[in-house]
Design a protein around this ligand. Structure first.
Ligand code: MUC
Ligand code: MG
Length: 374
């Protein structure tokens, strides 16, 4: 059998407005930029991939423009001509020509998996060993910046049975203001919803000690990345001091990070993201280390559109244990997308598409409308 080879790779910047302002500790988003990868193979198969970040360079080390540059200049030339059906060999080639740049690598690996799934007529989750669930639980992030509006938003999503867990983005305002905001929302929702917070590294250890004590007393269920990512010893002291679980997000990118966090007792829960890991296979290796060390797992997002979100869902659907569910709500934050059919959300979950590959098809007209270089 002649192996299909990788013939061309395109990285396209797509700008999509959000349904409302999304406020995080480091930025306010009104638009999300997707880097859409189209990878064409010699057997006529096309694979789709996606990378996003949050707020340009304010969240992480890769920007949408930098991701496109890394793909166009370094990664795509290294992949052209390789066997399109050997995803791990392609990943190894990418790691040889480029250090880091995990968001770009994740988008390319996703496109290879999508093409391979279509070629074999099976979903991406089947390529990864098989899905153990056909839908993943999905929370919603309340981040309008306004407490009243957040409560109304949560009430309507609870009533629609779309989400029953809400993550609150804090760390922009003082600890006292943030705590008052979270407590007001928790009090309004009571036992009807779980409430978690994401501080996105914004607190010092003493601020965290004060803030977490109050949030724990108010019944908050989980504290995500309270301290800067490098401050693992501080995270370990917080994890030992409080009963409410502490989750590592920015602090965990790799299996080695997971192992070190486990050794130090610096997190009870790991937020997994295909972008931080450099793809689906690596995120599952990171998950396996955390799982083996007794840490609970959570499927994270960089607020991807449908393509990146569904790619992550295929990986998370294969995990034996996914105690904290996922935050794969990215497509719901965007007014529109570049696929023909967006993923379906109901009963507090997102259904895994069942078609070959990712199970998604590009909407060419929408891609033309939203691409930055149109
Ligand atoms: C993050 O830090 O977890 C996930 C949900 C959300 O609103 O922002 C992201 C990033
Ligand atoms: Mg986070």
């Amino acid at each position: 059998m002649v192996s299909p080879c990788i013939e061309s790779i395109e990285a396209i910047l797509v700008d999509l407005p959000t349904i409302r302002a999304h406020q995080l500790a480091m930025t306010v988003m009104n638009v999300q930029t997707l880097v859409i990868v189209r990878l064409r193979c010699s057997d006529g198969m096309e694979g789709l991939g996606e990378a996003t970040t949050i707020g340009g360079l304010s969240y992480g080390e890769e920007s949408p423009e930098g991701i496109k540059l890394a793909i166009d200049t370094y990664l795509a030339p290294a992949l052209l001509g390789l066997d399109a059906s050997n995803v791990l060999a392609a990943a190894q080639r990418m790691n040889r020509v480029a250090r880091g740049n995990t968001f770009a690598k994740s988008a390319l690996e996703t496109a290879l998996l999508d093409a391979q799934g279509k070629r074999l007529g099976v979903p991406v989750s089947t390529l990864l060993g098989g899905a153990v669930r056909d839908a993943v639980p999905v929370l919603w992030t309340l981040a309008s910046g306004d407490t009243r509006r957040d409560i109304e938003e949560a009430e309507s999503l609870l009533a629609a049975r779309r989400h029953d867990t809400f993550k609150l983005k804090i760390g922009r305002r003082s600890v006292a203001e943030d705590v008052a905001h979270v407590c007001a929302i928790k009090e309004a929702l009571g036992a009807r919803a779980r409430v978690t917070v994401d501080v996105n590294q914004a607190w010092s250890e003493s601020q965290a000690a004060t803030g977490i004590a109050r949030l724990e007393a108010a019944g908050v269920d989980l504290i995500e990345q309270p301290l800067p990512r490098a401050h693992r010893a501080g995270m370990a002291r917080l994890a030992a001091r409080f009963v409410v679980p502490i989750m590592a997000d920015e602090a965990v990118h790799s299996p080695e990070d997971a192992m070190d966090l486990a050794r130090q007792g610096a997190a009870d829960v790991l937020a997994l993201k295909i972008s931080k890991s450099g793809g689906l296979y690596e995120v599952l290796r990171t998950a396996a280390v955390g799982d083996a060390a007794g840490m609970a797992l959570y499927g994270g997002t960089m607020l991807e559109g449908s393509i990146g979100t569904v790619a992550a869902a295929h990986a998370f659907a294969t995990l034996p244990r996914l105690e904290w569910g996922t935050e794969l709500f990215g497509p719901l934050l965007l007014v529109d997308d570049v696929v023909r059919q967006r993923p379906a959300y109901q009963e507090f979950s997102m259904a895994l598409p069942t078609g070959p590959g990712l199970g998604l098809a590009l909407d060419e007209e929408k891609l033309r409308r939203y691409r930055r270089d149109r």
